[in-house]
Design a protein around this ligand. Structure first.
Ligand SMILES: Nc1ncnc2c1ncn2[C@@H]1O[C@H](COP(=O)(O)OP(=O)(O)O)[C@@H](O)[C@H]1O
Ligand SMILES: [Mg+2]
Length: 232
């Protein structure tokens, strides 16, 4: 069985960190089998990176963990329940309140200002806009600009702010630093890693960037339909 038991599991367990999500024996195919018998355990304060060539199934795996796609085989256990065996309403609830998803391309409401985009998120979650977070992401001067006037990097930082304002228990980020320069990528990682630490959250990040991956507790490569641990 292609089970991956990260040595970091034991580190997080030894620290008494609770498991937030456990995916076991996950397999999925579209035109071809993407991966088989993948096992992932995400603990509080744990950060996991997944590398892999384009088409290897990284986004598909992220979607499966993030409530968006039921796997063809295997189970995702969240909050003591089988995630995809709960009703649509409960799944939507988990997605809305507990899961923060940062996509490759940012889904901001074009034609609205940065502040309005953030207000939509704070309205849905009931959390107020955290100005510290806005400052850390260096978007405090953009609040009254229309999002379509911003650079790609600025838009990505707004979409990260929008997700973190929800205070999710798990962050799923799909190549979040792909269109950022090195320094901005590092700053965005700083913000996400600090969020995870302060909020007892977990982070699962798909990236092409080994420097980004090396800042996580563990890194894997999706290759030959398996999740192989890599040392960076
Ligand atoms: N909804 C879908 N329907 C059919 N094929 C899909 C779907 N999503 C992804 N695929 C295919 O699965 C493969 C892996 O895609 P993806 O998970 O996006 O890989 P990666 O993120 O590693 O580039 C690709 O060949 C892609 O075309
Ligand atoms: Mg992808």
């Amino acid at each position: 069985m292609n089970t991956v038991t990260s040595h970091h599991d034991s580190i997080h367990e030894a620290r008494g960190a609770k498991s937030i999500m456990h995916a076991s024996n996950i397999s999925h195919a579209f035109d071809y089998t993407l991966f088989e018998n993948v096992d992932i355990n995400i603990h509080q304060k744990e950060t996991i990176a997944v590398l892999g060539v384009s088409g290897s199934g990284k986004s598909t795996l992220l979607h499966i963990l993030a409530t968006l796609l039921k796997p063809q085989h295997g189970e995702v256990i969240y909050d003591k329940g089988f995630m995809y065996e709960q009703g649509d309403k409960k799944l939507l609830d988990i997605r809305r309140h507990d899961i923060g998803i940062i996509f490759q391309s940012h889904y901001l409401f074009k034609g609205f200002t940065v502040k309005e985009n953030l207000e939509i998120s704070s309205m849905i979650s009931g959390n107020s806009i955290d100005m510290d977070l806005i400052k850390k992401l260096k978007i405090e001067d953009t609040l009254h600009q229309n999002v379509s006037e911003l650079s790609g990097g600025q838009q990505q930082r707004v979409s990260i702010a929008r997700v973190l304002l929800k205070k999710p228990k798990l962050i799923f980020a799909d190549e979040p630093t792909g269109n950022l320069d090195r320094q901005t990528a590092n700053e965005v990682m700083d913000v996400m890693l600090e969020f995870v630490e302060l909020n007892n959250a977990g982070l699962f990040i798909v990236t092409h960037d080994e420097k980004v991956a090396s800042r996580c507790n563990s890194a894997y490569r999706l290759q030959d339909k398996r999740l192989l641990p890599v040392r960076l």
